[in-house]
Every structure is written in C-alpha cells, then in structure tokens.
Design a protein around this ligand. Structure first.
Ligand SMILES: [Zn+2]
Length: 282
C-alpha cells in the first residue's frame, strides 16, 4: 500500500474514533484488496484509493475494481489522492457513472486498456476537491451513507479501541483520547448546548468537539474543546450553529438567532472566531 494512502488511513482512524466509525481493508468475496478500505459504524461505505502518478500526472482507475465495487452491495466512493494525503478528490458512484457514460474518462491502450486515465480538469468536473482529511470527512458526511445504527454506539467507546500507531506527520489529526475522556467525565457527559446527558447501557455518552477542527490545524487542547450530544456535535461540525464571537457564550442558529447559552467552561475566543468565520459563515 502506498505510504500516502497509509498516512491517509491513519488520519481516518484518528477521526473515526471521535466520529464513531472504524476502518479496515476490504475483503471481497474473493480476496482482500489493499486499495479498498471499508468504513463501518456511523459511516458505512467503501473507499477505493488511487494515488496520482508521476509525469504524465494522472490517476489510473481500474475498470474491474469499479465493477467489483458496483457488485459489493455497499455505498462506495473513489478517492483520488495527489502527492499528499491532504489533497485530492472524492467521487461518488453517481459521479463515476456520469464520467463513464459521457465518455469523459478515456480507457488506456495496450496493457492499460482496462484502466481509465484521469487527470485534473474536465475529466473531474463533477467531483469535489478536498484540502484536509477533516474536509474529506465533512464531504463524506454530507453524502448519503447507510443508516446510522444506534445499537452500534456502545461498541464505539474510545477506550475499546486498540492504541493507535502515531507517526509525527499525523499526530495533529489524531485525537488525544485520554484528554477527551477526562473532560467528558468532568463535564458529566452533559451537552454544553442543550444540557442533555445520554445514558447508553448504564454509561454516560457524549462527544468531544474541536471548535477549530484538528484537520485545520486546531490544537488538541481543552480550551479548543466542547462536550456535546451527537446532535449538537454534528450541527457544529457542519456550521449549522455557532457560538457568537461577540460574547463567546450565545449559541446561534443559521439565521444568527440565539438558541441558547453555552454552559461553561468556555472555549478560547480565537477558536470560536475561527469556527464562526471559516465553518459557520461558509
Ligand atoms: Zn445537545
């Protein structure tokens, strides 16, 4: 597996711990496929990875792989990575169908006749670029996935995950699980927006939100964190709600109307401002 893909997968695993999904190599009926990853949990889908080649710069997407994905019965995406794991394109199955049907993807010749040759520009006009792994997850979250299953949540508890292998390059995007657990406990698993405490199988359940996202250079420190219920977590992530930077306390909806007051402790003003201007206002 190419190192860019490995690094990308490590980051996904880090984010998965926080967002309730796991990643593993996909085992088709016939064999394990290295460049297809299966996400399960709160996001269920297959991701087929391709890394852009050296000059002539392009991706070679295999026709057989697409057929394998189509017959998998799962929601699937193609991920085209550039030279870093933080830049690439996310293609849905509908995108792929359009490219193929409209003959925008030429098939290679000779020994590559089973591969579509894809470069940037017109051959990717229907697809969305991403610039951080956090961005990528947001794109994925906006796209249809299989139904979320509440019964899977207890299995998602962070302490049940095996420790992550961390390399210096990915440290930024991996959650400090111990810190996250500590502040959830200190704040009684209570959502700082609505005050709800969810109890699942006798234990409190809450999520930690990074006000300035880790994928966008946000630090993994207490003053950048909020403890939230899953509803308010997702609303913050997608910028449907925000904390007003004016007073750092009022929670506002998409129209700028107050919907409540944040319970302390409050995040640092600069992170609130970042979220407000870069995620909420977008
Ligand atoms: Zn809430």
């Amino acid at each position: 597996m190419a190192s860019i893909q490995k690094e990308f997968m490590s980051m996904l695993e880090g984010i998965g711990k926080e967002r309730g999904f796991q990643c593993q190599k996909y085992e088709s009926k016939i064999r394990r496929i290295n460049n297809i990853i299966e996400l399960s949990g709160r996001i269920n889908c297959l991701l087929y990875f391709k890394i852009r080649s050296e000059s002539p710069y392009r991706w070679g997407v295999t026709k057989n792989r697409i057929e394998e994905l189509q017959t998998s019965g799962k929601k699937w995406f193609i991920v085209l990575l550039l030279e870093t794991p933080n830049n690439g394109y996310l293609l849905t199955d509908q995108d792929v169908e359009r490219y193929v049907n409209e003959s925008l993807w030429p098939l290679g010749r000779g020994k590559n006749k089973n591969e579509y040759k894809i470069s940037t520009g017109k051959t990717l006009q229907y697809s969305k670029p991403f610039h951080t792994v956090g961005d990528f997850i947001n794109l994925l979250g906006h796209l249809p996935t299989d139904k979320e299953s509440l019964s899977e949540i207890p299995d998602m508890r962070y302490e049940e995950y095996p420790p992550n292998k961390i390399t210096t390059t990915i440290t930024r995007a991996v959650r400090d699980t111990a810190l996250s657990n500590k502040i959830k406990e200190e704040r009684n698993y209570q959502c700082q927006v609505c005050g709800t405490t969810l109890i699942i199988k006798g234990k409190g359940y809450a999520e930690t939100h990074h006000v300035k996202p880790l994928g966008q250079e946000g630090p993994d420190i207490e003053s950048n964190m909020l403890v939230l219920c899953p509803n308010h977590h997702i609303l913050f992530d997608y910028g449907e709600i925000a904390v007003s930077p004016e007073d750092g306390i009022a929670v506002i909806d998409g129209g700028g109307h107050g919907i409540g007051t944040l319970k302390p402790p409050f995040p640092k003003k600069e992170y609130i401002e970042y979220h407000y201007h870069n995620i909420y206002k977008k």
